[in-house]
Design a protein around this ligand. Structure first.
Ligand SMILES: C[S@@+](CC[C@H](N)C(=O)[O-])C[C@H]1O[C@@H](n2cnc3c(N)ncnc32)[C@H](O)[C@@H]1O
Length: 253
């Protein structure tokens, strides 16, 4: 486990910034975050009537997008191990009279039967999970055969000029602004760029997802590559046989 992702530290950090989390998300992303989450739902192929799960749901914005997409005939659920974030998210959903249900659960031990959901998503969350591979495998376990696992994460822009400008913002301005508004709590906005830089790049993440047994991994970047959605398909057999996993790995290379 990376010391940076130590679970009690992560949970405490998000509990400390829960109250300002949504506002800062919208302000610091220049309101792009809503579009990114909608894009992830689209890429996950979610349809009306589906039963879907969002893990590391935080204050529920991605789970709410899923809920809108599946409509009254479907069911959207969200889980997160930080109770303060979940409580705020459920309050928001109740106020909007949205039927999404959010609950407290660790992504490494989801309280659901295998193959329960048509799609399982995570937005800006898997980077914080102490064991990345175990988190992806657990998401895949609860996904139905041929269902999708979709991971929305920050990535590093490919264009060197844009990357330079972006890094000035992301590595210098964002931590100052974020910590100022969040009251410097646990240096959460210093942690954000550090954790993104330490996270696997697009190709590496695609390989990891494949190694976790998912097939046909697709990679979709957005906003000059600031964010990327990786989507993998769960095979019919789970856990995959070693032969299927080997052929999936060959397909990704
Ligand atoms: C950056 S927030 C993302 C919240 C939300 N998905 C969004 O799109 O804004 C990351 C969330 O991951 C949660 N988290 C980190 N590790 C977790 C784990 N092992 N199990 C459940 N939640 C976890 C944190 O509590 C936090 O709410």
């Amino acid at each position: 486990m990376q010391p940076m992702q130590e679970p009690a530290r992560i949970r405490g950090m998000f509990a400390a910034i829960a109250g300002t989390y949504d506002t800062l998300n919208h302000v610091l992303s220049l309101n792009q975050d809503r579009g990114w989450r909608r894009f992830a739902v689209e890429m996950a192929g979610v349809r009306a009537g589906d039963t879907v799960l969002d893990v590391c749901c935080g204050t529920g914005d991605l789970a709410l997008e899923l809920s809108r997409k599946v409509g009254p005939g479907g069911r959207a659920v969200g889980t997160d191990f930080c109770e303060a974030m979940v409580r705020l998210g459920q309050g928001k959903a109740d106020e909007a009279r949205d039927p999404v249900r959010l609950g407290v659960a660790d992504t490494l031990r989801l309280p659901f039967a295998s193959a329960r959901f048509r799609a399982v998503t995570v937005g800006f969350g898997i980077r914080n999970v102490a064991d990345l591979r175990a988190g992806i495998r657990e998401m895949a376990r609860v996904t139905a055969p041929r269902g999708k696992v979709a991971i929305l994460e920050f990535t590093q822009p490919a264009n060197p000029l844009f990357r330079f400008v972006y890094y000035v913002y992301f590595l210098i301005l964002l931590p100052i602004l974020g910590n100022l508004v969040a009251g410097g709590r646990r240096n959460a906005y210093g942690y954000l760029p550090r954790s993104v830089l330490a996270f696997p790049d697009r190709d590496e993440l695609a390989r990891i997802i494949t190694d976790c047994g998912l097939l046909d991994v697709r990679v979709h970047s957005r906003t000059f590559g600031i964010v990327t959605v990786h989507v993998g398909t769960r095979p019919g057999q789970w856990p995959p046989s070693s032969a299927a996993a080997a052929s999936a790995s060959r397909g990704a290379s």
